[in-house]
Design a protein around this ligand. Structure first.
Ligand code: ADP
Ligand code: 5GP
Length: 207
């Protein structure tokens, strides 16, 4: 059995990552989703252990001190982190896992795990981005501006990612990410065991 894929999806707040990843998971239920820890308060409809593990700043700092995170970052005034053990267990069991995290954290993962697949989701235009954040209705005017200007800054790190997915329509964006997953699984360097088995089989048959 080959290791599972570690997929990292980033993109500016409001690009539609949560929407796209949620639909991707309904179409690919076998795809695991890493649930992050955050110090921010739950939004309406968000559930503990489903959207995030909601923790106090003190609890978060303790987890950091215990080296429990694969990566962590301070974003828009709150801390976010990916629990390490769960991710590595899933990959070792051959299961694919998706991390929906921002860019600083994605770069930390890239440094620690070079077999990851890094995908950046963008809206068709920055004005779409503003409308989507407004539509979600979760931000104050200050936090909207903060998210919008940090979205613009994040674009300078696009080259760190392997794939750019435009979220013009959710269906198309999901289809693009599915295609990336299929292609990545066919990569020669991800199929070392199968290659070896085929070569051994040939040798066993006297070829
Ligand atoms: P993110 O997780 O990147 O911050 P969300 O998934 O919360 O973004 O989406 C932000 C808003 O944009 C939501 O109201 C969502 O319904 C909407 N949205 C997501 N994808 C699209 C799309 N392709 N077209 C129009 N609106 C979208
Ligand atoms: P939100 O508050 O809108 O849920 O998330 C804000 C940003 O934090 C988003 O870009 C989201 O992808 C990112 N994020 C969520 N979880 C994590 C995490 O565990 N680590 C990092 N680095 N970013 C995260």
């Amino acid at each position: 059995m080959e290791d599972g894929l570690l997929l990292v999806v980033s993109g500016p707040s409001g690009a539609g990552k949560s929407t796209v990843c949620a639909q991707l998971r309904t179409e690919m239920p076998e795809l695991g989703l890493s649930v992050s820890v955050t110090t921010r308060s739950p939004r309406a409809g968000e559930e503990e252990g489903i959207n995030y593990f909601f923790r106090t700043a003190e609890q978060f700092a303790q987890m950091q001190a215990n080296d429990e995170f694969l990566e962590s970052a301070h974003v828009y005034g709150n801390s976010y982190g990916t629990p390490k053990q769960y991710v590595f267990d899933q990959i070792a069991q051959g299961k694919d896992i998706l991390l929906e995290i921002e860019m600083q954290g994605a770069l930390q993962v890239k440094r620690r795990f070079d077999r990851g697949v890094f995908i950046f989701v963008v809206p068709p235009t920055l004005s779409d981005l503003k409308h989507r954040i407004l539509k979600r209705g979760s931000e104050t005017p200050e936090s909207l501006m903060r998210r919008f200007s940090s979205a613009y800054n994040e674009l300078s790190y696009l080259d760190e990612y392997h794939y750019l997915v435009v979220n013009d329509s959710v269906d198309l964006a999901v289809e693009r990410i599915r295609s990336i997953i299929v292609a990545e699984k066919c990569r020669m360097d991800r199929n070392a065991r199968l290659r070896r088995r085929l070569l051994d089989e040939g040798a066993d048959n006297g070829v």
